[in-house]
Design a binder for this molecule. Structure first.
Ligand code: NA7
Length: 536
């Protein structure tokens, strides 16, 4: 190991929305901070995911920071749902406005992080071979940042161009006159398929699991609505924080089967017209009761039947899992794209991929000759980014080993055996991906800042979650997930998309307000569940 070259109070890994705000807060506490970022710019998810159609599925006015009133008032979004380039411009604006860049080291991937029990410091190794040291290590590495390339026989042999939606070339891709194959039909595919289809000579969609998608009805942002929201911005965000996903929207408590069939259809139709994720808020028990869920499934299947002209294709596009238990997609013309003559759906349930060969993809039925393959195959979610770093805690314990039977955390923020290490809104056991990400990030960052501020005031140098507090939190996370329909579906929420990954429902589904209250109670009780000490 090379000699430690620079020492900081805190090292933050990642310069996405979590890393940027963490840097701002820690600076405010007077700490010397270094942010290490693998990319050559800020923005995290929005830096990497540049595929055609990449867009947030949470509305712009809600998918933004709230820590600065001035920032909230001066920034103006152009559309109801922001596209990736605009979100990236926003991240860059924040970095400039708060003068954050001078503490961010770009093009630097973290490869190792070892805790020294004697000094209570982390030694952080980077891709350029240097080592940095800090008392606190904050992993702002994201939930969906480690691209998943499926293990398909012959993958590397393909002679054409290959792309992963989460690692898209900055200069863009021209698909005109190309025969393109896209593997996957999750959110990234649902957003990119309509646009690639407009450009390509022919698009073959290789679908393993059909997906539920609701129209976005994206449009220019209504300026009157923006003015109204900005006039009571804090009220708007406070109302959102009272909802289960921290999204200001209409979440009904009415059970789906308590109303007549006619009324149910009226409600679903209204939600479909509104568009977006609040389709799942149509009734209060959609993710709890399978019979209730079936009514929401039937409605989308009926829509697919109406939109897609060829009955056999419509049938193949119809999902059969519980709607919402895989991330609901939000689209612009997704199902309708399958009416185009230059789009072919390949149903992998009937004709699985056997291998990739130099000229294309061979299924059990035939060879599809292709010029390009797009992998819209998702991510090693939540734990992937942490797994790829050699993280060793007290007594040299490896995080990967410690979590080999499934990840365990306290509040999704810390993990026992790894002192002075924090995770932001990506830790298993945090609401993270089941909440509005930016407000969740801010809540986590504020909580971590409060801990670090508390320690500074008392000259404490070490904090660690107790095994008992962690076990109790894990039990609670499982207890609230058990009665829902989520754990039974093969999704990335349970790690089912990664061969060999332990099957654990990772996010906290007890609701954002319950989670925030728990964190507030922990803080009010001198950070109950953590051991704080001054032994170095
Ligand atoms: P997702 O939602 O994980 O989707 C990945 C898709 O790729 C999904 O349809 C998978 O099918 C498919 N996939 C993965 N591996 C294979 C193989 N080996 N063969 C065929 N198909 C495969 O990732 P996204 O990038 O679309 O979205 C990630 C999140 O970003 C999303 O949830 C939003 O929160 C934003 P499967 O369903 O596993 O059968």
């Amino acid at each position: 190991m090379s000699k430690t070259q620079q020492s900081f109070d805190a090292i933050v890994v990642g310069a996405g929305f979590a890393g940027l705000y963490m840097l701002h807060r820690l600076r405010g506490l007077g700490l010397a901070v270094r942010v290490l970022e693998a990319g050559d710019g800020v923005g995290g998810t929005w830096y990497w995911n540049r595929y055609p159609g990449a867009r947030c599925d949470v509305e712009s006015m809600q998918y933004s920071y709230q820590f600065s009133d001035e920032l909230a008032q001066e920034w103006s979004w152009s559309e109801r749902y922001s596209a990736q380039p605009e979100i990236l411009r926003y991240a860059n604006h924040v970095a400039d406005r708060f003068d954050l860049r001078r503490d961010i080291q770009f093009n630097t991937a973290v490869t190792s992080a070892h805790f020294d029990d004697g000094s209570n410091h982390w030694d952080v190794g980077t891709s350029d071979g240097t080592h940095l040291s800090a008392r606190f290590l904050v992993m702002a590495t994201g939930c969906l940042s480690t691209a998943n390339l499926p293990q398909i026989k012959g993958r590397e042999s393909f002679a054409g161009s290959t792309y992963h939606t989460g690692r898209w070339p900055h200069e863009g891709v021209d698909f005109s006159a190309k025969r393109v194959g896209i593997i996957g039909t999750g959110s990234s595919a649902v957003q990119s398929i309509p646009l690639i289809a407009q450009e390509a000579q022919h698009l073959f969609v290789f679908q393993r699991t059909p997906t539920y998608s609701v129209p976005a009805h994206n449009a220019p942002l209504d300026r009157e609505e923006e003015r109204r929201i900005k006039a009571d911005y804090r009220g708007f965000r406070a109302r959102a924080a009272q909802t289960v996903f921290d999204i200001d929207g209409d979440f009904s408590a009415t059970p789906a089967l308590s109303v007549s069939e006619e009324e149910r259809q009226r409600v679903y139709e209204e939600r479909w017209r509104q568009g977006g994720l609040t389709y799942l808020g149509a009734f209060g028990d959609l993710v709890l009761d399978s019979k209730a869920n079936e009514t929401a499934q039937d409605f989308v299947r009926q829509k697919i039947r109406e939109i897609v002209k060829t009955p056999k294709v419509a049938e193949a596009l119809m999902p059969d899992h519980a709607v919402g238990t895989k991330r609901l997609c939000v689209d612009t013309s997704y199902y309708d794209t399958f009416n185009r003559p230059n789009v072919t759906l390949v149903n992998l349930r009937h004709t699985p991929i056997e291998e990739i060969v130099p000229v294309g993809i061979r299924t059990s039925e035939r060879l599809f000759e292709l010029d390009a393959i797009v992998y819209a195959t998702g991510f090693d979610a939540m734990t992937g980014a942490l797994d790829r770093i050699d993280i060793r805690g007290a007594n040299g314990l490896a995080l990967k080993e410690t979590w080999s039977a499934g990840p365990k955390t306290y509040l999704g923020i810390a993990t026992s055996g790894f002192p002075n290490l924090f995770m932001i809104a990506a830790g298993p056991g945090s609401p993270a991906v089941l909440s509005n990400m930016i407000p969740s990030i801010e809540q986590h960052v504020n909580f971590i800042s409060d801990i670090i501020g508390h320690m500074g005031e008392r000259q404490l140098s070490r904090i660690e979650a107790t095994p008992a507090a962690q076990e109790a939190w894990v039990a609670h996370v499982n207890e609230v997930a058990a009665p829902t329909l989520f754990p039974s579906t093969n999704s990335w929420y349970v790690g089912a998309n990664i061969p060999g990954k332990p099957r654990i429902f990772m996010p906290y589904i007890g609701g954002y307000p319950v989670y925030v209250q728990k964190c507030n109670d922990v803080a009010a009780n001198n950070f109950e569940g953590f051991v704080l000490s001054a032994n170095a």
